[in-house]
Design a protein around this ligand. Sequence first.
Ligand SMILES: [Mn+2]
Length: 231
Amino acid sequence: MRKIAISDIHGCNATFEALLQQINFSKADQLFLLGDYLDRGPSSKQVLDTILRLKAEGYQLQCLRGNHEEMLLWALSGHSYNLESFLRNGGDSTLASFGVKHPRDIPKQYLDFLENLPLWIESDEYIFVHAGLHFVPGTSPFDHQDEMLWIRNWYNDLDWEWLGQRYVVHGHTPTPHPTIQNLFRHFNGLRVINIDAGCVYQRTGYGQLCAVDLSNRLLYFEPRHLEDEIG
Ligand SMILES: [Mn+2]
């Protein structure tokens, strides 16, 4: 049984499915998806369909909430500034993938799935979280739940003593894939890895979807597929 994580799919379903094929994902594996299934790429609904289908077929998937799922849920609340910020951050393509004009018109089974996503998962020696952990002396990072979805540049504040023998696996901050490979080489010492290879971004070094096999300490990259190009 392998323990595998993927993050920041962002509406790139063809790339996601190809990556699952590349890693030979099977029912014996445990897959952790670290959030941001939606927005920017053209196939957000299809990414959710893939996730829900795999779960229904008995694959072992555990899914976290990302800040883009959070923005969609805020947009449901009816405040126009929440809707505007959702649309400005790629939510327009999510609505288009569903063929609807407002998040409240997304079918209930998808909204139920999004509403029930946890903010973090601790499994064996791994902590999975979308963006990272906020370390403030005298508090637990688990008390800083907003930051779990949004935080950036937090490695300097990492409390090694608190972390102990655990590792943190996260996404959220697009990172060129050579940098991810380099960080991963030092994973045992750093005890933290960012696996967001910027699937929806065009710049050199980005545009990849990354999977980390924690059991065998392997990284996989799938370049963004043509079907997932934006307009
Ligand atoms: Mn994010």
